[in-house]
Design a protein around this ligand. Structure first.
Ligand code: ASP
Length: 313
């Protein structure tokens, strides 16, 4: 008899509207979300570690051009892809993160390498890439990451002089977002991972919450694993991920109460749109968003797959 395990993943939150979603895109996105959840679940089913599961799940979404991470990342004002990622293991508060990387195919793997093979927790830009090339990572051209949709999306934001979430309320037919995963393994470990291209038309050098432990990513065994998506500046200012964990730890709120209090509370009031996926210390999953949708999937303690896009699903 195996012990309980569960996984949840997300592909970004934002203004995701049914009327703007084509049938084909809807199917392709749901297929990728399922593939991601199953990739992580398979590892957990074989007794693997929660960290291996979240990295495998996020990698699937980084490799899909439908999401704002890895291939298909949004573009900076200078028309470059600059990606952020972070991971956290809940057993011993081990963390790794990278920011502003441009030539790394799977930033989530590099974040884990920072955790496992460096004495540091966050590496940025050229330094992160130099570290990567000293390991197994190969140089990947920008062309690999850049898609026509993201280029068009940037031009539209530039014309308006705005920057925006990939799932923004501004006219844009590419509804794709930041990705993340949280998992609970058979040993009782929790882990979280998040990866992103950031926000469209961002300034060169801008770093969002996905690279910041305690803002976009957090995991603590016996308590919570959480991965966020949304306007990163707000998630950093409100330290969203660690705030949810603290509410559970100190106020003894359950995972649902803590997530809803943060996402629909001060974060929303100050204009921070977005959402989180979370798993508590018993493997129970909760999704929370203050947007019209969040691409998400889970395979719960009962082994059942759930794939959803809209908030009201
Ligand atoms: N949180 C990401 C950032 O601000 C964006 C997103 O979730 O789509 O970089």
């Amino acid at each position: 008899m195996s012990k309980p395990f569960s996984i949840a993943i997300h592909g970004g939150a934002g203004t995701i509207l049914r009327e703007q979603m084509s049938k084909d895109l809807n199917e392709e996105i749901r297929r990728d979300l399922e593939k991601s959840a199953r990739a992580g679940h398979e590892i957990l089913a074989h007794g693997g570690d929660a960290m291996d599961a979240v990295v495998a799940a996020v990698k699937v979404l980084e490799d899909s051009e439908h999401f704002n991470a890895g291939r298909g990342s949004v573009l900076t004002h200078k028309e470059m892809v600059e990606m952020d990622a972070s991971v956290m293991h809940g057993e011993d508060a081990k963390v790794g993160a990278v920011a502003g990387v441009r030539h790394i195919r799977n930033p989530v793997e590099l974040a884990r390498d920072v955790m496992e093979h460096s004495p540091h927790v966050l590496l940025i830009g050229d330094g992160a890439e130099e570290f990567a090339f000293g390991l197994q990572h190969t140089y990947t051209e920008q062309d690999y990451f850049v898609t026509d949709r993201r280029y068009d999306q940037l031009q539209s934001m530039k014309e308006k002089g705005l920057f925006a979430l990939s799932e923004s309320k501004y006219p844009d037919d590419s509804k794709h977002g930041t990705v993340g995963a949280v998992a609970f393994d058979q040993q009782g470990n929790l882990a979280a991972a998040t990866s992103t291209g950031g926000i469209t038309n961002k300034q060169y050098g801008r770093v969002g919450d996905s690279a910041i432990i305690g803002a976009g990513t957090y995991a603590q065994n016996g308590n919570l694993a959480v991965s966020a998506t949304g306007m990163g500046e707000y998630f950093i200012r409100k330290t969203v991920a660690s705030d949810i964990a603290a509410r559970m730890r100190y106020l003894k709120e359950n995972v649902q109460q803590a997530c809803e209090a943060v996402i629909h509370g001060e974060l929303k009031a100050m204009g921070g749109e977005g959402g989180v996926i979370a798993i508590n210390g018993d493997g129970e999953i909760h999704f929370s968003m203050n947007t019209s949708g969040m691409y998400r999937a889970s395979i719960g303690l009962d082994g059942r797959l759930m794939v959803k896009i809209y908030a009201d699903e």
